[in-house]
Design a protein around this ligand. Structure first.
Ligand code: 9D3
Length: 232
């Protein structure tokens, strides 16, 4: 998979080398390139922002450099899926991650200031937010999305099985995990997990998933119950 990022803070992305993305990059499974949006600004001061039309506080990302940045990416990768990262976007979640993981080339355009000039939305394929809280820019959200997407790309994770067993991929939270010692400060590992009876263990884990999801995530629980109405 090829991922391009357009940002006015390229150095934010230096830490990618340390993550699983770094390993995937060194193995050649993933090719991530970060571009400075200011390179697409053609004035002497490399201006990427301007005052809001109609007045008001803050600054707005100018359309020309952002458009040039996107256009440049589209020329290099004609099939690229261009994503604008903004608080107004569709909520990013695991199904979006699975959708994006099918793409051969992704471009993330990160915003700063109050946001993009509205006219730039004509030139992108999708727009995502990572949640209802206020951050300072789109860089961290782009990294969050990249991490969630990249680990679904075959060959990125060492263990190909673990991506498929995610909580959220079946719509339930994970069952509780334990390791040695069998007793820690008076708390025992549930006996069933030491029994060696795998049918029994699977049943226990699924039941724990259901209990935990009902208790902590009524929203997920409702959806799961809707989808599994006729199961028994
Ligand atoms: C006070 C009005 N704000 C809109 C909610 C302005 C504003 C706040 C923060 C405009 C841009 C930003 C920077 N945030 C992002 O670019 C961003 C973001 C976020 O803040 N939260 C969750 N997901 C995302 S994706 C991009």
């Amino acid at each position: 998979m090829r991922i391009d990022v357009v940002t006015i803070f390229p150095s934010y992305f230096d830490t990618l080398e340390l993550s699983l993305l770094g390993k995937a990059r060194s193995r050649g499974v993933l090719d991530v390139r970060v571009h400075d949006l200011r390179d697409a600004a053609h004035d002497r001061h490399r201006t990427v922002d301007d005052t809001p039309a109609g007045g008001g506080a803050g600054m707005v990302m100018k359309p020309e450099p952002v458009w040039r940045g996107i256009d440049d990416m589209r020329h290099r990768y004609p099939g690229a899926h261009v994503v604008l990262v903004t608080p107004q976007g569709q909520m990013f979640n695991q199904s979006v991650a699975e959708h994006l993981a099918q793409k051969k080339a992704l471009v993330f355009v990160c915003g700063r200031y109050e946001g993009f000039d509205e006219r730039i939305r004509t030139y992108v394929d999708a727009e995502y937010s990572i949640g209802d809280y206020v951050l300072t820019g789109g860089e961290l959200p782009a990294m969050v999305i990249m991490d969630a997407v990249a680990r679904l790309v075959p060959g990125v994770l060492g263990n190909e099985g673990s991506a498929r067993h995610d909580s959220h991929s079946d719509g339930l939270l994970e069952f509780p995990h334990y390791t040695r010692p069998a007793e820690f400060r008076g708390e025992k590992v549930p006996e069933v997990l030491l029994s060696g009876n795998h049918a029994h263990i699977d049943k226990w884990r699924h039941n724990e998933q259901l209990k935990r999801t009902e208790e902590r995530r009524p929203d997920l629980w409702q959806r799961y119950m809707q989808q599994h109405k006729s199961d028994n």
